[in-house]
Design a protein around this ligand. Structure first.
Ligand code: AMP
Length: 164
């Protein structure tokens, strides 16, 4: 009896400790390889289980606004198929899925009126890439200058300064 009570309280403590950790889990990076996770947030958007501001939809592609935009235009463009990352997609997607996604990127850039001034397309894969959602997505960024190179270089300089 005492053993059951101790076990119950141990499990209760573990649950309480894991709750706040779960709240921050959206910023954790994920692996770009391995089995597809049916419960990732974009799978839920595709199944219409959670809302999203849809910008574009076709047979194989869905595009919606990023919930935390980092530029005036920040659209996420995803394949409807179950691909964890660009690795998965480049290996397994059909030619039709690949071409439709690439064409959609251009179409959406024009739709969002960022084609003329310019824009950036970026995808993260795995831990070092900083991927946080394990469903392939392309960030379409525009509306102001996207200075990847500058910010990467200044980060590198900062790291080198810190290492001195
Ligand atoms: P990444 O870090 O490259 O995996 O990008 C994941 C992106 O998904 C981030 O920019 C998040 O802001 C975005 N995101 C996470 N949840 C949602 C959501 N429910 N609706 C729209 N965007 C989301």
């Amino acid at each position: 009896m005492l053993k059951s009570i101790v076990l119950f309280f141990t499990l209760l403590c573990l649950c309480l400790v894991s709750l706040p950790l779960k709240a921050f889990s959206s910023t954790e990076t994920v692996s770009g390889i391995g089995q597809y996770d049916e419960n990732n947030v974009f799978a839920k958007i595709l199944r219409k289980e959670i809302p999203a501001t849809i910008i574009f939809e076709s047979e194989h592609v869905l595009a919606f606004e990023d919930i935390h935009p980092i530029k005036p235009v920040h659209v996420l463009v995803i394949p409807k198929g179950k691909y964890r990352s660009i690795l998965d997609f480049s290996e397994k997607a059909t030619t039709e899925e690949i071409s439709e996604l690439i064409r959609a990127l251009g179409t959406i850039a024009k739709m969002m009126k960022i084609a003329e001034e310019g824009f950036s397309i970026m995808t993260n894969s795995g831990h070092n890439g900083g991927q946080t959602v394990p469903h392939l997505h392309f960030h379409l960024l525009g509306g102001e200058k996207v200075a990847w190179e500058q910010s990467l270089r200044s980060n590198n300089t900062q790291i080198k300064e810190e290492q001195k």
